[in-house]
Ligand binder design. Structure first.
Ligand SMILES: Nc1ncnc2c1ncn2[C@@H]1O[C@H](COP(=O)(O)OP(=O)(O)O)[C@@H](O)[C@H]1O
Ligand SMILES: [Mg+2]
Length: 403
């Protein structure tokens, strides 16, 4: 083999080694909000409190309850998930545990929530043909048949209660009443809404127990720095990010209200910026405070939009990156453009207006009617509240193009 060919072979191998990797990033997954870290930062006391609400859980006839509240990004979802996984691991060999986590924002009706629970226990659970009472009995039968205890997290539960009352929660709390045997399920209710308790009737309040409630406060800079460090350690080449950069992320995220999502987003964006400039290190200048916005949006709000609603939103975001507001006519044109880019046919005007109304009802855009009444058509001007179009647009694009 000639020297040149050998060289080329080595270069080829090197190149293949780095497929899917960046100058800094080795694995993207830990930068996603859905990644559950192996351990939580700065929540030891809260976890101990949770554990005290689950005293006796190793006994087969015991059911426990907990209510967790806190602002967006205070770690409610990750704390309850981590807690259930840790409990399940701790009980191994003593009590069999199944975990179901249902986000009620994505499944806002009682029957949808029940369906999600049934599916998590039995992926072949039929979608139709059963009343709520029957599905609850199916769930109970399944659990008892497998001698399993269900740890059920109802996340964003206020969305369900506001829509469908607290009837389902009452029924779940009474799942073992008038039946043979106890301890079928433990219930963890999660909500941003501090006043969740006021939505419940007395019978539910007393069953939940007033002391089984915990409120997560905002994170301090040091915790947010730790959260950024944990994700960096799991996703980047060692040495790519200095302590100073992580500290800066912590401080900015604290200033934005102590939202853990902000720390992750600042980290993600700073890595991308450094890589785009061809660097193997993130510098302090890559962390931009202008990206801090508050409060941050629920990512599930965007995940839930249909394809065309996302394209409408994307068109609007692109313009609002550069301008304060956009007219509905321009929003329509940009929507058509985005459709064209995606080889999709734009929907008609009436549907387009419905999409705008929907985005507004979700709090993603704000519109005002035009003050002048020239022409016959309706013109509105659209802006975005408390969210940076670039950030939202980014998230939509990531979803659309599978980034
Ligand atoms: N204490 C923590 N340690 C590590 N990561 C955290 C912590 N708190 C939050 N996170 C991460 O921050 C993001 C937002 O947290 P999340 O649980 O979704 O907040 P919430 O449900 O309160 O809006 C998630 O990606 C989560 O993994
Ligand atoms: Mg959450």
């Amino acid at each position: 083999m000639s020297k040149n060919v050998e060289m080329e072979n080595i270069m080829m191998a090197d190149y293949l080694d780095r497929i899917g990797e960046g100058l800094i990033l080795v694995s993207k997954e830990p930068l996603s909000y859905d990644w559950t870290p192996p351990e939580l930062i700065g929540r030891a006391e809260e976890l101990r409190e949770m554990a005290s609400m689950f005293l006796g859980i190793e006994n087969h006839n015991v059911s426990c309850k907990a209510v967790v509240t806190g602002n967006v990004g205070s770690g409610k979802t990750v704390l309850t998930r981590r807690f259930c996984m840790d409990v399940s691991a701790k009980l191994e060999g003593r009590r069999k545990v199944s975990i179901a986590h249902v986000n009620c924002r994505n499944h806002p009706s009682s029957s949808q929530v029940l369906q999600q629970i049934a599916l998590s226990l039995d992926s072949g659970h039929p979608e139709r043909g059963f009343s709520s009472a029957e599905v609850i009995q199916n769930i109970r039968r399944n659990l008892r048949h497998h001698e399993s205890h269900l740890l059920l997290i109802l996340d964003e539960v206020d969305v369900l209660v506001r829509r469908d009352s607290s009837d389902l929660i009452y029924k779940l709390l009474r799942i073992d009443e008038d039946q043979e045997g106890d301890g079928s399920l433990s219930l963890i209710l999660v909500s941003q809404d501090e006043s969740l308790f006021t939505l419940f009737e007395k019978a539910i309040k007393s069953r939940l127990g007033a002391s089984n409630s915990i409120q997560l406060g905002p994170y301090a800079a040091i915790d947010l720095e730790g959260i950024a460090r944990q994700r960096y350690d799991a996703s980047c080449r060692p040495g790519a990010i200095s302590d100073e950069v992580l500290a800066k992320i912590g401080v900015f995220a604290e200033e934005s209200g102590g939202d853990a999502r902000m720390a992750i987003e600042l980290l993600d964006n700073s890595i991308r910026r450094a890589e785009m400039k061809g660097r193997e290190k993130v510098l302090e200048e890559d962390v931009l405070p202008s990206e801090v916005h508050s409060p941050s949006i629920e990512p599930s709000q965007i995940d839930k939009l249909n394809f065309h609603q996302r394209m409408v939103l994307l068109g609007i975001c692109r313009r609002l990156k550069k301008e304060e507001e956009i007219s509905s006519g321009d929003a329509r044109k940009l929507y058509e453009l985005v459709c064209e880019e995606n080889n999709e046919e734009a929907r008609g005007y009436t549907t387009f207006w419905k999409y705008l109304k929907h985005l507004e009802s979700q709090g993603l855009i704000v519109s005002r009617a035009s003050s002048s009444h020239r022409g016959r058509g309706r013109t509105q001007y659209i802006t975005m509240p408390n969210s940076i179009p670039a950030v939202i647009g980014d998230r939509v694009e990531k979803g659309l193009f599978g980034g």
